[in-house]
Design a protein around this ligand. Structure first.
Ligand SMILES: Nc1nc2c(ncn2[C@@H]2O[C@H](COP(=O)(O)OP(=O)(O)OP(=O)(O)O)[C@@H](O)[C@H]2O)c(=O)[nH]1
Ligand SMILES: [Mg+2]
Length: 423
């Protein structure tokens, strides 16, 4: 929850003094100060959800892993160990994790920024970025609940992921291969199932609201097991989905729009990404696995940037195009101002200097827009690299990490692994 949206301020979410509202007194901050991001992952059984999260976390625990900016930890040790065990099974024994069919799991990770001991770190608005990763089993959209209790569990689970800004809709690469030449059959049924699943939940979700204010606003269509398509880039995938299932994607979009407040602030099927958790090599004589090369991963390094930076950018994009009510802004990329301030803290490049360079037009000039946010979202290319280099030099790990995430997104676009909506 955002500090602006909640009546009671949460210490974890305190904004830095520079962006605090007038009359706001900064309380003693609790350490470490944490910003929280959520991501929702929707995928049918076998689409690769468990392997994805294992492969996201596993490599960061290897002895050989090094990251100069942050460490990734699992907040629940047992959960982290299970994920790492899955990863080791793949790495050392070519063994994929057992199916976890029907399980809705939330994984909690923390990106702990380095340099917490530096006196400088006291000035940073937060020390850690928590990622709550919600898996929502696709079968829940395919099959009707077997009891009232089961129906309630599905609704509660869905509610718990509503605070995510970003949702990933997994398209199973193996299924695309199985339906080669008639991929529309798979794609249309996948999208229809999701849509009907949401419709089934609709009344309960809206029980005491007209429309949902807090809702994932960016729905990325992601190809899992992209290693099965070595010749594809993200455009190949996007063209297939649009070419074969544009109407069904529209159907899903209109269903989601009907649920939310300010339905124009919603991107469904405008962003696409390729994901491969490892390269799975099958035996030439049969279907058994001979090797899982966990070093060959695609798109996993984009997950943190997508979860943390994309909502901030999108919020600014939308705000340029339309008037977004404050109640929506407060839940969309909540804490964006804090992130922006952190991004802009790059030494030698004051916010004022950057903002002065930017043309501020239309509704952006409105009071809801924070100049630092606009400047941060617009930063790119050479300027971004510059701030990143400066921040690294000055051991400003927070600014370095956030600018690195933005650079990673740019790189993903350049390498044709990721298409981001320009709307
Ligand atoms: N080629 C390839 N195969 C993958 C990849 N990820 C997963 N797989 C295969 O897909 C199978 C299912 O993956 P899981 O991660 O268990 O799927 P899930 O979505 O968790 O499925 P449930 O637990 O049943 O909901 C694995 O056993 C692998 O054989 C990938 O990146 N590339
Ligand atoms: Mg699973």
């Amino acid at each position: 929850m955002d500090w602006l949206a909640t009546g009671g301020l949460e210490l974890d979410d305190l904004p830095p003094p520079s962006i605090a509202p007038v009359g706001y007194v900064r309380a003693m901050a609790k350490y470490p100060r944490i910003r929280e991001q959520h991501i929702a992952v929707f995928g049918e059984s076998g689409s690769g959800k468990t392997v994805l999260v294992s492969s996201f976390f596993g490599p960061t625990q290897e002895g050989s892993y090094s990251n100069d900016l942050w460490d990734l930890v699992a907040d629940d040790t047992g959960q982290g160990n299970r994920l790492y065990q899955n990863f080791l099974g793949m790495r050392d024994r070519a063994k994929a994790p057992a199916p976890t069919r029907f399980a809705a799991t939330t994984y909690s990770f923390t990106v702990k920024l380095k340099g917490g001991d530096n006196p400088e770190a006291n000035k940073r608005p937060f020390d850690a970025l928590r990622l709550a990763w919600h898996d929502y089993p696709g079968e829940w959209f395919e099959e009707s609940p077997s009891s009232d209790e089961e129906a309630n569990r599905r609704i509660d689970t869905f509610r718990s992921l509503l605070c995510s800004d970003v949702a990933l809709l997994l398209v199973d690469g193996q299924k695309l291969l199985d339906y080669k030449g008639e991929e529309e059959r798979y794609l249309r049924s996948l999208l229809t199932n999701f849509r009907q699943g949401v419709l089934r939940l609709k009344d309960d979700l809206l029980s005491d609201e007209d429309r949902l204010v807090e809702f994932p606003r960016i729905w990325i269509v992601a190809l899992s097991k992209a290693d099965l398509f070595p010749d594809w880039d993200i455009y190949s995938f996007r063209d297939l989905v649009i070419g074969k299932a544009a109407d069904h994607l529209d159907g899903l979009r209109s269903t989601l729009k009907d649920l939310v407040d300010t339905p124009d602030a919603l991107s469904v099927g405008e962003d696409f990404m390729l994901l491969s958790s490892a390269k799975f090599e099958l035996s030439s004589t049969g279907p058994e696995l001979v090797e899982i090369d966990v070093t060959q991963r695609v798109g996993l390094d984009l997950i943190l940037p997508v979860a943390s930076m994309l909502p901030l950018e999108r919020r600014v994009q939308w705000n340029e195009r339309m008037e977004i009510p404050r109640r929506v802004l407060d839940t969309l990329a909540d804490g964006a101002e804090t992130m922006a301030a952190a991004l802009m803290a790059g030494k030698g490049l004051g916010i004022e200097k950057l903002v002065a360079k930017l043309p501020i037009v239309g509704p952006l000039a409105g009071k809801a827009a924070v100049p630092a946010l606009i400047a941060a979202a617009r930063m790119g290319g050479a300027q971004l690299r510059d701030i990143n280099a400066q921040a690294r030099k000055h051991h400003d790990f927070l600014t370095a990490t956030l600018t690195q995430f933005k650079l990673d997104l740019e790189q993903g676009v350049k390498e044709k692994l990721f298409i981001r909506s320009l709307k």
